[in-house]
Design a protein around this ligand. Structure first.
Ligand code: ATP
Ligand code: MG
Length: 443
């Protein structure tokens, strides 16, 4: 992609309204634009990251056996009346009336709708377990939308819903999602700690929030230092093996970890001082087991092996891709800008053409782009006529993992300069070597 043909509205000034670094950087790097309080357009650079994050989430959901669907954003109030939540949910729910005077709402979550889908077609325990998920926009009329996409009113969420015959099998479904989440966060380059959590308006008794430690986080959290060193389950984990899953969940839930609402002062006080980690955190995922809270009032039953009809046991599992992007930036930036983990970078490589219009520089940039694109890596070429300092600043700001600087003197010697954004390390490389490495592990 040539920058001159792209849409990258970089801001030169630091936006005053942005209180935290991720919000500032997302605005400055031209990733998002505010349209109204808590509502954002995802500009091209931001959209690429959102798609990459969503893809990793999707891959790990699929690997664990969950099945993707897509439910509408606008829901009928009648479904929510069945569960009793239409009146309970409060002002966060955006209520809408259609032209026939029917009550509708913009979905803040989908328990009711998915329960309705389930009850319309699943009748026997033989079709269980089942886990249906979607990645869809949600709207919650937050009292104080702030911090950009970290707490917005319209945001993207992956929400999965599991259905099982009884508590024991529902517990396995819960563990499956727990493990899928650990893998997802690891692939996003994040250390997320599962903490015992309050179930809030979703209801139920078993729940964990996945928290990223960050000084700008909104929650106060308490955990054991051991979490910082824990190894994430490998890609080969067997999602059909209940014991294997339970063992992983046990390892990850045994050391102390709780959010403020669930904090147990006595258990905390019993920990040796040097092992305690009291910090602030960002909630990026939340999983719940809530049993028959929705299936019972909504009549979602299955016939069990004994021929009796029983309400199905359910859980729900949310991750916010839009909030995650802000959290990744909070965890990975420096004074010059964003430092993307390779897995979610909007482009893999940024090429700076120091003299656009110079036939040799243009040709070398085009060759690099072609070689890396052919190897499945995305390239953004800065072919603008900005001065060098400003081009370097833009590259650092948008945080692509590798920068390749193409100037007339180097090109004359058959060389380019390569910079690794995260470490700042620079090296001069023969062009032929760089082109040959296109299919290899690093630029
Ligand atoms: P919070 O406690 O931060 O308000 P929540 O507990 O209401 O969040 P859940 O219902 O558990 O959120 O939603 C699942 C996930 O959706 C959250 O872990 C988060 O990643 C994301 N999410 C929730 N609310 C927002 C929001 N206002 N803006 C962006 N992402 C959000
Ligand atoms: Mg939550």
């Amino acid at each position: 992609m040539q920058l001159s043909r792209y849409f990258l509205p970089i801001l030169k000034e630091t936006p005053k309204e942005a209180e935290i670094v991720s919000h500032r950087l997302m605005l400055r790097a031209g990733m998002i634009r505010q349209q109204a309080a808590g509502s954002y357009t995802w500009l091209p650079l931001g959209k690429r990251v959102l798609d990459k994050v969503s893809r990793i989430i999707r891959e790990e959901q699929d690997r664990s056996g969950a099945i993707e669907i897509l439910m509408p954003t606008i829901q009928s109030a009648d479904l929510w009346r069945e569960s009793g939540r239409y009146d309970d949910y409060g002002k966060e729910m955006l209520r809408i009336e259609d032209r026939h005077g029917r009550d509708m709402l913009f979905g803040p979550t989908n328990e009711e709708m998915v329960t309705d889908i389930f009850r319309s077609s699943v009748k026997t325990y033989k079709d269980l377990p089942l886990n249906l998920y979607h990645i869809q926009w949600k709207f919650r009329d937050e009292v104080r939308p702030r911090f950009g996409v970290m707490r917005s009113r319209e945001f993207l969420m992956k929400d999965a819903y599991s259905f099982d015959l009884d508590y024991e099998s529902a517990r396995v479904s819960y563990d499956r999602m727990f493990v899928a989440y650990l893998r997802t966060f690891e692939r996003l380059g994040l250390k997320a700690i599962p903490m015992r959590a309050d179930t809030g308006p979703i209801g139920g008794e078993l729940s964990h929030e996945f928290i990223i430690l960050a000084s700008t986080g909104e929650s106060e959290v308490f955990c054991h230092r051991d979490y910082l060193e824990m190894a994430t389950p490998a890609a080969g984990v067997d999602f059909q093996n209940a014991e294997e899953l339970a063992a992983i969940v046990k390892t990850w839930t045994t050391p102390y970890a709780a959010t403020e609402e669930m904090h147990d002062e006595a258990a905390w006080a019993a920990l040796p001082e040097g092992e305690k980690l009291a910090a602030r955190g960002i909630e990026v995922g939340h999983i719940f087991h809530f049993g028959t809270k929705y299936s019972e009032p909504m009549g979602a039953t299955v016939t069990g092996p004994d021929g009796k009809d029983v309400p199905v046991h359910m859980g729900s599992y949310g991750i916010g891709p839009s909030r995650l992007i802000a959290a990744i930036i909070e965890a990975s930036h420096d004074e010059n800008g964003i430092i993307w983990p390779e897995s979610v970078a909007p482009f893999d490589i940024g090429v700076v053409n120091m003299r656009p219009g110079d036939a040799e520089c243009d040709r070398v940039c085009a060759d690099i782009e072609a070689a890396y694109e052919a190897a499945g890596r995305s390239v953004l070429v800065d072919d603008s006529d900005q001065r060098a300092g400003s081009k370097f600043a833009t590259m650092d700001l948008i945080g692509l993992p590798w920068q390749v600087i193409v100037g007339p003197r180097g090109v004359a010697n058959g060389e380019v300069e390569v910079k690794h954004r995260a470490s700042g390390e620079r090296s001069v490389k023969p062009l032929a070597e760089l082109l040959a490495a296109a299919g290899g592990p690093a630029a």
